[in-house]
Design a protein around this ligand. Structure first.
Ligand SMILES: C=C(O[C@@H]1C=C(C(=O)O)C=C[C@H]1O)C(=O)O
Length: 263
């Protein structure tokens, strides 16, 4: 019971990952969990502005957060994180090569996908818009822990948004003719319209709000009365972050990817 048969394992690794509209949507749903937990973990610390100010680290021009992200990305690059086409670094400049034998990831995307990286915008939105919307002001001295939780949340958000490349490829393959004429006409608005599913977006927003309620509620044994439930992160903040930033940026990545799909 619970054992994976050897032949199933080898078959899986030969076939590689299969991307369909259902499977990419499943992946996005699972990533919601990671993002919601990431918000909860970051909310454990106060704003800790010194994490984001310059000149905290002698000889380093950026912030403490930048220092942690750059150096962690370098370590993770050495062990192959960015061999996976689902991962995009925040500081791709001067990343060291991987030292480990590379896994053969399914070649599903058009080669141009590798040049799409909107992490500079994600970085700015994260610090300017997201953090102030849910983190309590003040300083508790946990700068390293704060930067570590920023890093994992930033990586989760970036992975979700860049997953748009896979969503777009699946949609393109399902309706190649329709997409091709819009791509040839460089019709960004037409592409945006064709790839948009309003009802799916609404479901995503509602589910994210519910996840923030379920995962983030302060649990006690004696409050049978739901009115007393409090949350670690305001569920509407999570839903609005999805509505205003994550979903639109995922769609921007899709449009960007499609524009180069026939290159
Ligand atoms: C990701 C998709 O594409 C669009 C973006 C969505 C999102 O970011 O959640 C949801 C629906 C679509 O408008 C999708 O169709 O699943």
């Amino acid at each position: 019971m619970g054992m994976v048969k050897a032949e199933e394992l080898s078959l899986e690794s030969v076939k590689g990952k299969v991307y369909t509209l259902d499977s990419v949507r499943e992946a996005l749903i699972r990533q919601e969990d990671t993002i919601v937990f990431g918000l909860i973990e970051r909310a454990k610390f106060l704003m800790n502005s010194r994490t984001y100010g310059r000149e905290e680290i002698p000889g380093f021009a950026g912030s403490l957060a930048e220092f942690v992200v750059k150096n962690t990305e370098a370590v993770q690059a050495k062990v192959g994180r960015y061999n996976n086409p689902e991962e995009n670094p925040f500081f791709p400049e001067n990343l060291p090569p991987s030292l480990v034998p590379s896994y053969s990831f399914t070649q599903f995307l058009h080669p141009k996908a590798a040049s799409i990286n909107i992490n500079k915008s994600i970085w700015k939105i994260y610090f300017d818009e997201l953090l102030p919307s849910f983190v309590a002001s003040g300083d508790d001295g946990n700068y390293a822990q704060t930067a570590a939780s920023d890093l994992s949340l930033l990586q989760a958000i970036s992975r979700r948004i860049h997953y748009g490349k896979f969503v777009a490829e699946v949609k393109f393959r399902e309706s190649a003719q329709q997409y091709e004429s819009l791509i040839r006409a460089e019709d960004k608005e037409g592409l945006m319209k064709l790839l948009t599913f309003e009802s799916v977006e609404e479901t995503v927003r509602k589910r994210v709000e519910k996840k923030a309620m379920v995962f983030g509620q302060n649990v006690t044994l004696n409050n049978g009365d739901d009115k007393n439930v409090t949350y670690k992160v305001d569920p509407s903040v999570a839903a609005n972050f999805y509505k205003n930033w994550i979903i639109p940026l995922t769609k921007d990545v899709q449009v960007e990817y499609l524009l180069h799909r026939l290159d």
